[in-house]
Design a protein. Structure first.
Length: 365
């Protein structure tokens, strides 16, 4: 009986820590984590709960085996590493701090390495049970470090502001707030004037947000994520929700700073269009030739292939199962104050303010 308890108690403790951690990190995974620029080696989301469940069982079995053979000298170190494991969840997900997460997981790496070495010296099976955990932590350290190093650009500021809007929205009676711009509205002169921002962002987008908040009250869509509303609603509610989402993507997609195209996005564009220049030529042609009001998109299909899509009015790639990477608003209100009817000039100047890192962060493949 004592041997059974030696195994089951640590395993159940590990699984309990995992369950509590999963509950704590859920809000961040829903609204913060998807906005981060992540490593191309990041596994699909479904991999993480499966991997951690298996690892937690193996972590518990390792110390259980040592306890069963009467070796109690390493129990304190085992408990300490499990505590630091839990603190990493707090640091990275609850506090939403990549730097604190990186520091915590580096400490955890040292503790787990020390435990593994000791476990091997006492019992080889106990040691081997910890090896997958140690290897997974090395990989997780890389993923955390990548997030820390690649989330200090304007793309990250934009993402962070959007997260704050979602959090604020959840605590207010309104469904959706105006997105906070991560730049000054006078920072784009002469490409876009402050007056243009005042009307485009301050009046047109605000009108859509106000209409959305008014129309959604009392409907089954109240409390849903904006993306889900867009994919499920119809009529006036869809039009206003989609316009809010499309405009948020547009304003997130521009920056007053000169930024290069990240290697991953550059390679994908060259793969599917032949060259960056050819892509810009085709995208610009689609933007200038679109009749009436609408949007021009660089989209990614489920297989990772990029293509150019034009949509009219409030239509969006989400309803077609496509992932939006880059978007240009060619409604007249987006450019008429600065360019009058010269849409082609607006399109040409727009390339100078594209936030390529933000576009790269939207790639899923």
């Amino acid at each position: 009986m004592k041997k059974i308890l030696a195994y089951t108690v640590p395993v159940l403790l590990c699984l309990a820590i995992g369950a509590i951690g999963s509950y704590i990190q859920t809000p961040a995974i829903r609204v913060w984590y998807p906005t981060l620029v992540k490593s191309p080696l990041t596994p699909p989301a479904i991999v993480f709960p499966i991997a951690w469940t298996i690892l937690y069982i193996m972590i518990g079995l390792s110390i259980g085996r040592l306890i069963a053979i009467g070796d109690m000298s390493i129990v304190r170190l085992w408990i300490f590493q499990l505590l630091v494991n839990f603190l990493w969840i707090i640091a990275f997900f609850a506090l939403r701090s990549p730097i604190l997460g990186l520091i915590t997981i580096l400490i955890l790496d040292v503790l787990v390495f020390a435990y593994t070495i000791y476990a091997f010296s006492s019992d080889h099976i106990a040691g081997w049970l910890f090896v997958p955990y140690m290897l997974w932590l090395i990989f997780a350290t890389y993923l955390t470090g990548y997030i820390y190093l690649n989330n200090t650009s304007t793309a990250t500021l934009s993402a962070a502001n959007r997260v704050n809007n979602v959090i604020a929205t959840e605590s207010k009676t309104t469904y959706h707030d105006m997105p906070t711009l991560p730049y000054s509205t006078d920072a784009f002169e002469p490409t876009l004037s402050q007056e243009s921002f005042d009307y485009h962002y301050g009046k047109h987008l605000k009108g859509y947000v106000d209409n959305l908040n008014r129309l959604i009250v009392g409907t089954p869509y109240e409390g849903m994520r904006l993306e889900d509303v867009v994919q499920q609603a119809d009529g006036a509610l869809f039009n206003n929700a989609a316009q809010v989402l499309n405009h948020e993507l547009f304003f997130e997609n521009i920056t007053p700073y000169m930024v290069d195209i990240p290697p991953r996005l550059r390679s994908a564009i060259i793969r599917d269009f032949g060259s960056i220049e050819q892509f810009k030529k085709e995208f610009s042609a689609a933007a200038t030739s679109l009749f009436g009001s609408g949007w021009v998109w660089l989209v990614e299909d489920r297989g990772g292939k990029l293509s150019i899509l034009t949509t009219t009015n409030a239509n969006t790639p989400l309803t077609e199962g496509l992932n939006p990477i880059l978007v240009l608003d060619v409604w007249e209100h987006a450019y008429y104050i600065d360019y009058r009817n010269r849409r082609a000039d607006f399109v040409k100047q727009w390339w100078d303010i594209v936030d390529w890192p933000r576009a790269d962060s939207r790639l899923k493949q």
